[in-house]
Design a binder for this molecule. Structure first.
Ligand code: LRH
Ligand code: MN
Length: 391
């Protein structure tokens, strides 16, 4: 392992340089569960402050240069001005996330709603998000539909798919040059019987039908327990249909905990399939989609970026030649051993060195804590309305 390690260090560093992780604006606002949203001091009051906080994640990790927006949570008068503000803070605006899950009209669905007037309203919002992409220079429209039913017979499963396809066609047709849509699936919640885009197969089928500008988003928390997510990743990459990732982790359902916190080995296996498919050089939007309900939000995002960097460095350390030879030879334990050697390698010293070579502090968490930024925003952000999921 030692000989291989010395040889491959530069390959690992090259991979880490290519790794870009988008932070979600909504992770910096208050979030919680239906039981309670705990307000934290210093939380942003508007998209400008959210972007300033996201810029801290990039400042200390060097790996989070873009921030995803969620509309209407991040609605502003001038998206051009917001983009300028982002650039001033050394970041850029990334994916635009639509939201057709918080309006009373969408109780029985948005683009799949039995009522054509509600479907038209939902479509107008999706098209407005493309207008915002034009204004921010974003090339990714991220679509997640909470649409579904709670009781058998409540609505016709096939009719809802027809309505969904009709809306996706209209959005796809509106996409400009260089723009693409990424469709996110989720097994359940808030719907508890049928979710209209419940799994990767449904999302993949719709994207295949739409065309090359449509790809699938894999959100770690959106699968049934026990789902082999790295298989889905390997399959979608093989098809050129993995458009993005919503990184987080969970012990039970869509817990939206810090990526790698609940299952660092799963994250390693996922990143290995990404590396194996040269996914770092493809247009896969790696995004965090998390809620820091009880922990400080900016450090939570910094820790999350570090967790993805650690998993990626370990995945890049897999001795691919030795692995392929063992696999070809049917050497089950040998192959598994090569894989586990990489996973069991402590890459933290390598990452600290990589950060220093990149002009960054070796320990981003300690550097952020020492920056005084956390204390400053608590002192400055008094009054006003703290941001959250309620807009
Ligand atoms: C849905 C989801 C989706 C976002 C939302 C914030 O659960 O994962 O990606 O729109 O969280
Ligand atoms: Mn998500």
């Amino acid at each position: 392992m030692k000989r291989f390690y010395d040889e491959v260090v530069d390959v690992v560093k090259a991979g880490l340089r290519a790794l870009r992780i988008e932070t979600p604006s909504w992770a910096f606002g208050n979030s919680g569960t239906r039981f309670k949203v705990f307000a934290q001091k210093g939380v942003p009051r508007d998209p400008y402050e959210k972007i300033a906080d996201a810029a801290q994640v990039h400042r200390f990790t060097g790996a989070a240069p873009t921030v995803a927006l969620h509309i209407p949570w991040d609605r502003v008068d001038s998206y051009g001005d917001l983009s300028h503000h982002a650039r001033e803070h050394g970041v850029a605006i990334g994916a635009i996330n639509s939201n057709v899950f918080q309006d009373d009209d969408y109780m029985l669905g948005s683009v799949t709603n039995p009522d054509p007037a509600v479907r038209r309203k939902a479509l107008r919002h999706l098209l407005e998000c493309v207008d915002i992409m034009d204004a921010t220079g974003s090339d990714v429209l991220k679509l997640w539909f909470s649409d579904g039913t709670n009781y058998p017979g409540q609505d016709d499963i096939r009719d809802r798919q027809d309505r969904l396809a009709e809306a996706l066609d209209a959005v796809y047709a509106r996409l400009g040059e260089g723009q693409r849509l990424v469709l996110e699936y989720k097994l359940f919640e808030p719907a508890f019987y049928v979710t209209d885009v419940p799994d990767w197969g449904t999302a993949y089928a719709h994207c295949l039908r739409l065309g090359r500008k449509a790809q699938v988003v894999v959100d770690t928390g959106h699968h049934a327990p026990g789902t082999n997510i790295e298989f889905i990743v390997a399959f979608l990459l093989r098809e050129g249909k993995l458009g993005g990732f919503d990184f987080n982790s969970r012990f039970y359902a869509d817990d939206d905990l810090m990526v790698g916190a609940a299952d660092p080995f799963q994250l390693f296996r996922i990143m290995y399939e990404v590396i194996r498919a040269d996914g770092l050089d493809q247009d896969v939007a790696f995004m965090l989609d998390q809620c820091h309900n009880i922990e400080p939000k900016i450090p939570g995002q910094i820790r999350s970026v570090m967790n993805v960097q650690e998993a990626t460095a370990k995945a890049l350390l897999v001795d691919r030649e030795a692995l392929a030879a063992a696999q070809r030879a049917g050497d089950v334990l040998g192959a598994n051993g090569v894989f586990m050697d990489a996973y069991n390698t402590d890459v933290r010293p390598l990452l600290a060195g990589f950060r220093e070579e990149s002009g960054l502090a070796p320990n981003p968490m300690a550097a952020y804590a020492a920056s005084g930024y956390a204390e400053r925003i608590v002192a400055e952000r008094v009054g006003g309305h703290q941001a959250g999921w309620g807009a």
